[in-house]
Design a protein around this ligand. Structure first.
Ligand code: C2E
Ligand code: CA
Ligand code: CA
Length: 361
């Protein structure tokens, strides 16, 4: 046994305890290092001997060291798996990932906000505004996710989705087209892309009747370098030639507005809500508004005042000569079917002596 078996045990750091008659052969093992839970005990029924083999902490150590290569490989694979799973879980929870999924799976929604003629009290148009209900964070403001979509290169898909939904809405409500238009917000990234003009050309071929009723809103805060500005101007002209109207949005808040209106004739100017909000509080806003309105008149552009919330603001705007109003006073952005009802309410049943309808939703 000693010659054949015990060298093998010793090399693996196993402990042994063999008793033959009264003789005892033992490994040279430190008692404290014995793992008592792993002991193999054998007692012969025929012969007077017992064999006890046990693992020691040194044998574990030996086992690990001799299998170090395999152990390291298994540890590496497990770590990699952990990192991949963790990364995927985090990515799934990130806003970027959910936004891309929402756009791809069309979980975003079209809302429309009415624009009303201050005198005839009729609906003259509506602005298409995108909505996204994030699974965890709830309704997210487009002010947050539109810049993100631009950064991720997904704004194109949002615009195309809006065009698609608007076309569906117009198909369902052909009467709307007789009197009212729809405006869509265009990102500054799209206005410098030739693909966007090509998309509008295709749209025109498919829906020739809708084109004259669509207004494209471009925000004044487009930070374009001179090269991009040249491209934007060429594209805007091409878009107008196709028959779409163009509007300058958030007028008065940026530094490029005056430059833009000098270089291209916009059909509509949308006065930003900051001017309307401070109509009552700041005395020097009125002269600024007056000159904006004068400018728009001189350049033959229609004016829409945004963010109108009170009767007092309407009175002031009416005195200043503003004709078209958009704001919570009439209605918040609403679902397309609700807008169709709003349209019927205002444009069919209304006589001029009735009060301006307001949409509570
Ligand atoms: P915007 O184009 O200036 O749109 C008007 C914003 O003012 C909307 O905010 C609307 O809900 C809000 N608003 C309208 N009336 C009132 C009012 O009386 N009071 C107040 N406090 N707010 C009013 P919203 O829907 O949160 O959109 C924010 C911005 O996100 C938009 O500003 C537009 O720049 C951008 N956006 C929205 N939808 C789209 C889209 O489909 N494409 C692109 N590229 N941008 C979009
Ligand atoms: Ca707008
Ligand atoms: Ca605006």
């Amino acid at each position: 046994f000693l010659e054949l078996v015990s060298p093998n045990f010793e090399s693996r750091q196993y402990g042994y305890d063999i008793q033959i008659l009264n003789s005892v052969i033992q490994s040279n093992t430190d008692e404290a290092k014995i793992d008592t839970s792993n002991r193999f005990h054998f007692q012969s029924k025929l012969y007077p001997f017992t064999i006890s083999i046990f693992l020691t902490f040194d044998s574990y150590q030996h086992q690990y060291v001799s299998n170090l290569g395999e152990t390291a490989l298994i540890a590496l694979v497990l770590s990699l798996l952990y990192v991949i799973i963790r990364y995927q879980t985090l990515a799934r929870l990130s806003i970027e990932y959910s936004l891309l999924t929402a756009i791809k799976e069309e979980q975003i929604e079209l809302y429309l906000q009415p624009i009303v003629d201050i005198h005839s009290r009729k609906l003259v148009g509506s602005e298409a505004l995108v909505r996204w209900n994030h699974p965890v964070q709830g309704n997210m403001s487009p002010e947050q996710f539109i810049p993100l979509a631009e950064k991720l290169g997904a704004i194109d898909r949002i615009t195309k989705y809006m065009f698609k939904e608007i076309s569906r809405f117009l198909k369902r409500n052909p009467d709307y087209l007789n009197e009212s238009y729809i405006s869509i917000n265009i990102s500054r990234y799209q206005i410098v892309q030739p693909e966007f003009v090509q998309f509008l050309e295709r749209y025109k071929r498919r829906y020739p009747n809708y084109v004259g009723r669509i207004l494209l809103e471009l925000t004044e805060n487009v930070e374009l370098c001179s090269e991009q500005l040249d491209i934007a101007l060429v594209n805007l002209k091409a878009i107008q030639e196709l028959g779409f109207a163009i509007a300058i949005d958030d007028f008065g808040t940026g530094y490029s507005g005056l430059n833009l209106v000098r270089m291209i004739k916009f059909d509509v100017v949308k006065i930003d809500q900051v001017f309307i909000k401070s109509l009552h509080t700041e005395s020097n806003i009125k002269p600024v508004l007056k000159s904006m309105i004068q400018l728009a008149d001189d350049l033959d552009m229609k004016i829409i005042a945004e963010g109108v919330e009170t009767e007092a603001q309407i009175e002031q705007l009416e005195m200043l000569g503003v004709k078209y109003i958009q704001g919570f006073y009439y209605a918040k952005p609403i679902k397309p079917d609700e807008l169709a009802t709003f349209h019927r309410m205002t444009n069919e049943a209304l006589t001029l002596s009735e009060p301006i309808p307001r949409w509570k939703s």
